[in-house]
Design a protein around this ligand. Structure first.
Ligand SMILES: C[S@@+](CC[C@H](N)C(=O)[O-])C[C@H]1O[C@@H](n2cnc3c(N)ncnc32)[C@H](O)[C@@H]1O
Length: 263
């Protein structure tokens, strides 16, 4: 390896990129949601854009307008990063990004995009988001909590939000399903929260089966969707001073909301 290639690892050539992409898809299955431009006119899903592209655009715009610093000056935590689209995009704009994901199959795709683009300012770690704390990962200007809160069990809702808040210096961006007709309540820290429970997988599902359910929770067979008033209350309780529901984008389901929480 030459001095210069050690200093600036070059992005892959088109042919090698396409070959590696096909190898990953053959081994692990195709990309499921994150259509990441890889350079050379290639994208992970082979399309120009999809619904997740619009979600990413809303996220980038919201963070750029509210962070109070250029994206390149931000440290960002991407919780349950799936195939890495949010992490990669913020890293392409110069942010220092940490992506956390429980499934190796998803991480292989995220790490492939990082390598394809020659990015050095994004790291992906295999971990359960319920384990996160600032001792392990440090503090962040922005925490992205997209598509994960409703995969957390009732008992871990508040501890998970509290740990994420503890690591967050400024903004938390939450994209989640909420319970529109809550039918359960639980008490934590002396407060009552409402929502509804839902089944992710059969309690006797094997590890091999759960590893292949690429969007699901990993260990908890049941998860919990908070109601919107409870989510606002929980966010305030764990240290955010303001919470705002963002205007909906095209095709956003009725029970899906994006919330920007500020310290
Ligand atoms: C619906 S996908 C959302 C992914 C991505 N954040 C997005 O918004 O496009 C849920 C992701 O959470 C991951 N996941 C589920 N439970 C997890 C946990 N306890 N710890 C870490 N990742 C988890 C899944 O593997 C999957 O990648």
């Amino acid at each position: 390896m030459s001095f210069w290639s050690a200093l600036w690892p070059r992005a892959l050539t088109t042919k090698r990129l396409e070959r590696e992409k096909q190898q990953i898809a053959a081994q692990d299955g195709p990309w499921t949601a994150h259509n990441i431009p890889l350079g050379h006119g290639l994208t992970t899903m082979g399309v120009q854009r999809n619904y997740d592209t619009a979600k990413l655009e809303l996220c980038m715009k919201t963070i750029a307008e509210n962070a109070g610093k250029p994206i390149a000056a931000l440290r960002i935590l991407d919780l349950a990063c799936l195939e890495g689209m949010y992490s990669i995009e913020f890293a392409r704009f110069g942010a220092e990004v940490v992506g956390i994901e429980v499934r190796e199959l998803n991480l292989r795709k995220a790490r492939f995009a990082k390598k394809a683009l020659g990015l050095r300012n994004v790291e992906f770690f295999q971990d359960d988001v319920r384990n996160i704390n600032h001792h392990t990962y440090g503090e962040f200007d922005v925490v992205l909590m997209t598509g994960i809160l409703y995969h957390i069990d009732q008992v871990d809702q508040l501890p998970f939000l509290a740990a994420a808040s503890d690591m967050c210096k400024n903004l938390m961006y939450i994209d989640t399903h909420v319970a529109l007709t809550p039918d359960r309540e639980f008490t934590a820290d002396g407060m009552t929260f409402t929502g509804s429970e839902w089944q992710e997988f059969a309690p006797n599902a094997t590890l091999a089966e759960r590893e292949k359910m690429l969007w699901a929770s990993f260990e908890n067979p049941k998860s919990f969707k908070l109601s919107l008033p409870s989510l606002h209350a929980a966010l305030k309780h764990v240290g955010f001073t303001a919470t705002e529901v963002l205007p909906k984008i095209d095709k956003q389901p009725a029970d899906r909301l994006v919330i920007l929480a500020k310290k």
